[in-house]
Design a protein around this ligand. Sequence first.
Ligand code: C2E
Ligand code: CA
Ligand code: CA
Length: 515
Amino acid sequence: MQVSQQIVSQFRRKRLFIAATVAALVIFLTLAFRFFEEKNRIEQQSHTFANEAILRFDRMFSPLDVSANDNLGLVGQRCSDVRFTLVEKLAALQTLRSLLLVESDSIYCSSIFGERTLSFSKIYPELAIHNQRMLLTTDNYLLKGSPVLILWTPISQDNNKSGILQVINVEMMSNYLLEPTLPWVERAIFNVGGKSLEYGTPLIQPAIPSEDEVSYEEASLRYPYTITLFGPSPARLALAAVPSQLPLALLLSLLTGYIVWLATANRMSIAWEISYGLSSHEFLVYCQPLINARTGECDGIELLLRWNNPRQGWVPPDVFIPMAERQNLIAPLTRYVINEVVSQLPSLPDTPDFHIALNVAASHFHNRAILNDLQHLWWPANPRQQLVIELTERDALPVVDQRVVSHLQKAGVKLAIDDFGTGHSSLSYLKTLSPDVLKIDKIFTASIGTDAINATVTDMVISLAQRLNISLVAEGVETAEQAAYLRERGVDILQGYYFARPMPLADFPTWLSER
Ligand code: C2E
Ligand code: CA
Ligand code: CA
């Protein structure tokens, strides 16, 4: 039984392993899922931040754009005539610091300083020569050194040397349009033509991310500027949030692990393995020849099951038969054997003297099940061979329904008591079951010539059977000495490795013909 316990605990270990693997996988997947979700959320938030900033800047520029276009008519007029109008406009547009009129490359009128003569292309070559419409620069006239944004509106596409310059207080604007939202936006930067103004610094300088920051940039579709955001990498932020997801992941994993544990109870059980083995033909029917002690001829075979389980290797019948009995699967196994032997009947000796011995568990006698099975599987094949049913004494023989036994015997089936002498109160069955055959267990055969006590029992069993006119089969004959001893004492049939080891049923006809 140790081997069977080993197999059961192997099944349990396998189940535990699967449940634990699934649980670990669930933890991993939950955390991975939450990680990617969080990372996406952070990326989405940076994206939203940039879009909203652009929307707000665009909204700020658009009235300036409109007003500049409306006032292009002032360009060319005398500064003293239009200066008051300029100041008025300035007062209406709060974001503006000053308004300048440019004609034929000369800045000739300022809302603040009045008349001037400055070369447009010298002071603002980016606008006058490089056709930029916006310029981020430092104020050199009013609040010296402070950042300003200049919006250039030329009179027409062809005349780039006349138009209106609007000087915007960009620092003030940026300070409320670019306020970072921690933790994912640490720095927000406004860029125009390669120059940058960062929230919180009054200097125009290139923006460089620090080592552990990543950047995200989005451009306005209406004006030539972009917004750059710097912040910790979304993956890093998401990773930092992972530990807080652990309780949920653990809960889910425990739950699924438990469900898998329950769900595999059936699939991983021995019962499932045996049923699966039956349906996928992992079981093989072997047979061992029965030798007539007088003539030396092969008088029959005993059918023995073998299980080649691809997951466990060969499982010995001493292990799986008792398990099958406990799981109520012994009858399907026996039916399997009957089916196999019936399909091979044509290749077996076709005489009533040829015995085919089938091992049947006592439980199979319950409710006449064995009778039903023979009626469905054995008799319809019209076999001429003699069927022998071997009932092992290890089973609870007293529960065997005597009526079923007499029914079988009437139908011409012989009954053998297997492993005779190893069970208890053996003698009483001789009366109640009136068997046709007694099989002397291999431990008695092995005792011949070595163990005086068991050899005495062997002699007693032999003479008992002879007195009751029951034929005798000796199992486990391994030596010539044992064979001679048993033959001398009149045992009818000998079975054992000395004559032949169990072989696949399909190999038996060849074995027989080669003999
Ligand atoms: P068993 O019915 O007593 O079968 C005889 C066992 O002795 C077989 O073991 C056989 O291989 C082994 N044997 C034969 N000759 C020798 C020998 O010379 N020396 C030794 N040491 N052993 C020998 P196996 O095939 O391992 O079967 C073990 C037991 O499993 C069987 O004992 C039987 O009780 C049970 N079994 C096997 N097949 C079936 C089956 O189809 N149905 C049922 N209900 N039980 C089965
Ligand atoms: Ca047997
Ligand atoms: Ca036996």
